[in-house]
Design a protein around this ligand. Structure first.
Ligand SMILES: Cc1cc2nc3c(=O)[nH]c(=O)nc-3n(C[C@H](O)[C@H](O)[C@H](O)COP(=O)(O)OP(=O)(O)OC[C@H]3O[C@@H](n4cnc5c(N)ncnc54)[C@H](O)[C@@H]3O)c2cc1C
Length: 400
């Protein structure tokens, strides 16, 4: 008999876990609270450590026509547009880290993951199905659905995002931490921006107490914008909350023309407060384990939240291997022991990057950015080397 896994949440972590487990011999069932698996518009950067996983689980092929491969990762001064760092990626990323650095629309990634899962196990996702809690049971665990139904399995995975019900039950009621930042998000067809379209890179525009990131999705036809502003009061978190254009323009007043042009042209500007959480003392309770944002939500300034969710899901499936019965709980604690240092480091690095991009005052900017500029000019290989631990992590095949 196949082992059974129940996965709470049909986001990137949950779908990748379902695919990876299915590929290693499990029957899977995903419970998603939303009435359908959809994602509102936003772009994601997927670094080579994530792309390697998407290759192994058979998802890259269907992303081929919709992804964008940036020429470089760059940092510029937000107001003047002056370059601080230009690190070529197209070519060098695959050479150094074993896979490309890509940008993709979140909806396209979710669609590709869902299609792959459906091909492996038709009907594995049950939508409109919120999970309230879990309970231990003999040699496994069960979930309790909002209609009162209880479903048992060998393994329960909480991939239910930053406000995870399963995390709440496992670790108590502390809320995620407001980081003192909100984000503007927008998508604009590149053709509407003409000469003021941002460079074909992952471009960080740095400025005092704020920064912006421009990327491309949908094969390079659409520009994705994220603008992050430090402030201490506004704390609303909703993918569908829209903001006021004048407010967004005021936030980036006087910034380089590509930034203001995007804000002028965006049909919808989403506004979203940013939360994270300190590393958790555990992700596991018997046969129940947390993945992705449920386990380690982070600031987006390393572009790693989704990538670390892919890593979690894949690593868990590999660690479980052929485990059965009590060995499943042991594999889940091994998974935590092997992953926690890395995800905590990424969480810390994300917070540090935010401070780096938000330097205020000429002296502070000079002291922070001049060494980066110099390193980029004199020793780009050294700059790349600094990312080896993250992008270059080996990703062995699932069944090896
Ligand atoms: C502005 C911004 C930019 C970002 N850019 C990047 C980037 O470039 N690269 C990158 O790697 N990451 C990026 N991220 C981070 C990334 O979006 C998240 O880390 C990632 O989406 C987490 O995936 P997840 O599956 O863990 O959680 P989620 O995407 O939150 O999915 C959780 C799912 O669980 C469902 N759910 C919740 N509760 C229940 C329940 N009780 N029962 C059933 N279902 C439930 C939800 O409906 C949802 O579908 C960014 C984040 C932000 C805010």
């Amino acid at each position: 008999m196949r082992r059974q896994a129940l996965i709470v949440g049909g986001g990137i972590a949950g779908l990748c876990a379902a695919i990876s487990l299915r590929l290693t011999g499990w029957d899977v069932q995903v419970f998603e609270q939303a009435p359908e698996i959809t994602e509102i518009g936003a772009g994601l950067q997927i670094s080579p450590n994530g792309v390697k996983i998407l290759e192994h689980i058979g998802v890259m092929e269907s992303l081929k026509s919709v992804l964008f491969e940036p020429e470089a990762i760059e940092i510029r001064m937000g107001v003047s547009g002056r370059p601080i760092l230009y690190l070529p990626m197209k070519g060098p990323a695959a050479e150094r880290w074993g896979a490309r650095y890509i940008q993709v629309h979140r909806a396209d990634l979710i669609t590709a993951l869902s299609a792959r899962l459906d091909a492996l196990q038709h009907g594995a996702v049950q939508t409109g199905c919120p999970v309230l809690s879990y309970a231990p049971c003999k040699d496994g665990a069960e979930v309790i659905l909002s209609n009162g139904q209880r479903v048992q399995a060998d393994l329960v995975i909480g991939a239910d995002g930053i406000h995870s019900n399963l995390r709440y039950q496992m670790l108590g009621p502390d809320a995620p931490r407001f980081t003192g930042n909100y984000a503007w998000r927008a998508l604009v067809p590149a053709a509407q921006l003409g000469d003021l379209a941002p460079p074909p890179s992952g471009c960080i525009w740095a400025g005092p107490k704020k920064h912006a990131v421009t990327t491309y999705v949908r094969g390079g036809t659409v520009v994705n914008f994220v603008g992050i502003i430090e402030q201490s009061t506004w704390r609303e978190e909703s993918w569908s909350r829209t903001g006021d254009r004048q407010e967004a323009l005021a936030d980036f007043e006087g910034w380089a023309p590509p930034v203001s042009k995007i804000l002028q042209r965006a049909e919808v500007l989403h506004k979203w407060a940013l939360f994270d959480r300190a590393p958790l003392p555990k992700w596991q309770d018997g046969h129940v384990v947390l993945l992705g944002d449920a386990a380690h939500p982070m600031l987006p300034s390393m572009a790693q939240g989704a990538v670390q969710s892919l890593e979690d899901a894949y690593h868990l499936a590999r660690t479980l291997g052929a485990a059965e019965g009590p060995a499943i709980a042991a594999a889940c604690s091994q998974h935590y022991a092997e992953r926690i240092a890395r995800t905590s480091r990424v969480q810390r690095a994300s917070a540090q990057n935010l401070h780096l991009f938000h330097k205020s005052g000429r002296l502070a900017q000079l002291m922070a950015y001049a060494p980066i500029w110099l390193a980029g000019q004199l020793a780009p290989a050294l700059v790349r080397k600094r990312n080896d631990w993250l992008y270059g992590a080996p990703v062995p095949p699932l069944n090896s």
